[in-house]
Design a protein around this ligand. Structure first.
Ligand code: NAP
Length: 294
């Protein structure tokens, strides 16, 4: 079997098109969704993520309030900016790019964001709401994974999904969403991590394997069953002298070998990555609608 590729760029474009149309409609009612973006420091990867997010906002008509702060920014200065954004009616979503420089207290910063503007879905109140099945901003990467499976016709209900990775931003929320009662859910979920004794024992039983470990070749072809759906969340830099940058990006899955065995598979790049930014845009539009009672 050769897997069909799930094209994250194409699905992301489709959703962004739907959002752009919705934003046009909101603008006729005087509503302009707004995202406040905060980047502290000069980390090159963070800068490129933030630039991509700002560009995506402009393309679909979201107002973005961009704040690039020096690495010397103090906790008090950062909290003051968040407080101003919490109070600004033009801003419906607040995004603080992580990781923050070491001298800043990340959890205090995330707690300072008004949960109603927490479009990353990292505030404990939103995490709690998600876990108990109440309306919440869903974290962008897990939500993107669900959307790309649903729009590719993957049957999640009744499936056994095995997730490799249990981080707070990917593995854990994804497990909660997949096991929830409802649409794009009702799966039986197993979560593996570094202390799991034999990861292959679990992944070989999986209808859906989701790799989110941050390590190349964590999932190899002998670890999946014929016809499995394979979703690769990982983004890893590996040295490549043939590339101008000196590296190329790979996921956590041995893509070529797994492609020969799976029914559906996501590539890296061009898989989950474009979906993550798209779901941030989605949450910002949702927040603008909620703020206006829609
Ligand atoms: P993280 O916080 O480092 O968590 C990694 C998780 O994977 C941990 O739970 C860890 O287990 C587990 N793990 C690591 N190596 C493992 C191994 N060899 N076998 C089994 N489990 C292993 O990473 P993250 O933030 O969740 O991100 C995971 C990957 O996804 C990274 O490559 C990241 O760049 C990528 N990512 C991509 C997007 C996107 O938009 N495409 C978004 C977010 C993250 P322990 O808990 O036992 O340590």
């Amino acid at each position: 079997m050769t897997a069909k590729i799930i094209d994250g760029k194409e699905i992301a474009q489709q959703i962004r098109g739907e959002l752009a149309a919705e934003i046009q409609h909101l603008k006729t009612r005087g509503i302009v969704p707004g995202l406040g973006v905060i980047l502290v420091g000069e980390d090159p990867a963070s800068r490129s993520y933030v630039t991509a997010k700002e560009k995506a906002c402009h393309e679909i008509g979201i107002y973005s309030n961009d704040n690039r702060l020096p690495a010397t920014t103090t906790q008090a200065e950062l909290l003051a900016l968040i407080s101003a954004m919490n109070a600004d009616p033009k801003i419906n979503g607040i995004l603080v790019q992580l990781p923050l420089p070491k001298h800043l207290n990340e959890s205090e910063v995330l707690l300072a964001i008004n949960p109603d503007k927490d479009v990353d879905g990292f505030h404990p109140l939103n995490v709690g709401r998600m876990v108990v099945g109440e309306k919440a901003f869903l974290p962008c990467t897990p939500h993107g994974v669900l959307q790309m499976m649903a729009r590719s016709g993957v049957k999640i209900e009744g499936a056994h999904a095995v997730i490799v990775g249990r981080s707070n931003i990917v593995g854990k929320p994804l497990a909660n969403l997949l096991m929830a009662k409802g649409k794009m859910a009702n799966a039986t979920v197993t979560v593996c991590h570094t202390k799991t004794k034999d990861i292959g024992y679990y992944t070989r039983q999986a209808d859906i394997v989701i790799a989110a470990a941050g390590r190349p070749n964590t999932v190899t072809a002998d670890m999946i069953k014929d016809g499995a759906v394979v979703i690769d969340v990982g983004v890893n830099r590996v040295e490549d002298a043939t590339k101008k940058a000196g590296f190329r990006l790979v996921g956590d899955v041995d893509f070529e070998a797994c492609k020969a065995k799976a029914s559906l598979i996501t590539p890296v790049p061009g898989g989950v990555g474009p979906m993550t930014i798209t779901m941030l845009l989605y949450n910002t539009v949702e927040s603008a609608k909620r703020a206006n009672g829609l």
